[in-house]
Design a binder for this molecule. Sequence first.
Ligand SMILES: [Zn+2]
Length: 483
Amino acid sequence: MIPEAKIAEIRERTDLVALVGEYVRLKRTGVSYKGLCPFHDERTPSFHVHPERNFYHCFGCQASGDAIAFLTAIEGLSFVEALERLADRLGMELPRERADRDEVRRERELRDLRYAILDAAAGFYIDFLKQAPEARLAREELETRGIENETADAFRLGAAPNAWDALASHLHSKRFDLRVAESLGLIVKRKGRDGYYDRFRHRLLFPIVDLHGRIIAFSGRALPDAEGRPGSEAPAKYINSPESPVYKKGEILYGLFEGRLDARRQGEILVCEGNFDVLALHQAGSRHAVAPMGTAFTEMHARLIRRFAEQVTLVFDSDAAGRKAVEAAQPILAKAGLRARVLSLPEGDDPDSFLRRVGSDGLREQMEHARGIVDHLIELAASEAGTQPSEKSRAIASLHGVIKNIESPIEAQLYIERIARRFGVNDIQLVKRELRRASRGELFNKSDASFSSKRAQSAPPYTPAAIEADLIGIILDHPSLCD
Ligand SMILES: [Zn+2]
């Protein structure tokens, strides 16, 4: 437990205008500051910060609170995480239970060292990409893909030299502890003799960033060899850092840090499959695009997204694997309470190739035709089934899992009617029977418990009554805020 007095001290000492100013361009108006709200989409500013009261309020969406509330809301942090981050900013120590001072200090030093090494590695790769004559192939790869310098800078792209110990020597020359670099997966111990070799060689490198903006890992894409053809050993297309004390691959969405504020404002996140898709979408103005790190879409990803948005649009490849991925994601998204749509790309396209062909206007137009995920799966099943009755009944039965995952019985009923219409079956009871048969009677056994537990989860994380009282006070003191 963190003592109330400590919490109050953090709240008092935090410069709210400076904190909010890291996210919102604020302009002074009298005693308060004003800017475009980071929590909803608006053209004229209705977001106010009151430095004297240490308080913010939006007259558009009613978001309001103190520094802790602001951080929990904008970064999707828990109360304690927000406190820790504010304490860090102030250079304060939070009291910990049974804290062994020396141990805490050692842990902190090791943590700082890890991030310093990862940062040094990223700097090394960036310099190589930008300056080294040998990095020509990497620069050409970016050019071919239409990645602009601004985008490459925003994502801190780099390249690894075609050498065995370029990074290891660099880190050694900077006097970093190479054992720590090894624990981060940057270098690998040589078998049977001393020394280390680089994990990433002759690759384009994408730094993986956590929600604090710290580099925690790398994803490396193979480059063609100097003759312009794939290397004779055909290296793996992508190599990612192994998991480490700072990197758990299932807990990261590539692009989420860069896109989180746009996602928050728009209430939506685009999920695609690869790093280049994220870059292409970001560059086309859809900065709220993310991709899992070489894994399928998981519940952990859905929970991460839920911290920033309520709606997901899946932008997967139009191939069979992409279709499977949509099917697999549906129950996970439904369970997390996320509304989901699917953007269908033309046959043979991925987001990257599609954008290069049609540009951001074409993407926007395609977005308008994005369908709800259940409608999408019904349509897919219907278009793949032939005209034979046996094919149709099989296709209907294949939708039982989709319907079963829908929490609201009314919604499920409406989709069943839609299935009946789409497949040209007049009797809805027949469709129900087919679905029920396929899912062995599990179709309508929804208990009320699942509804109430979901409501409990979506309760706002931090809404002390004191804030509301304070807010009323502000409005009474400053009636001009209401205009
Ligand atoms: Zn607002």
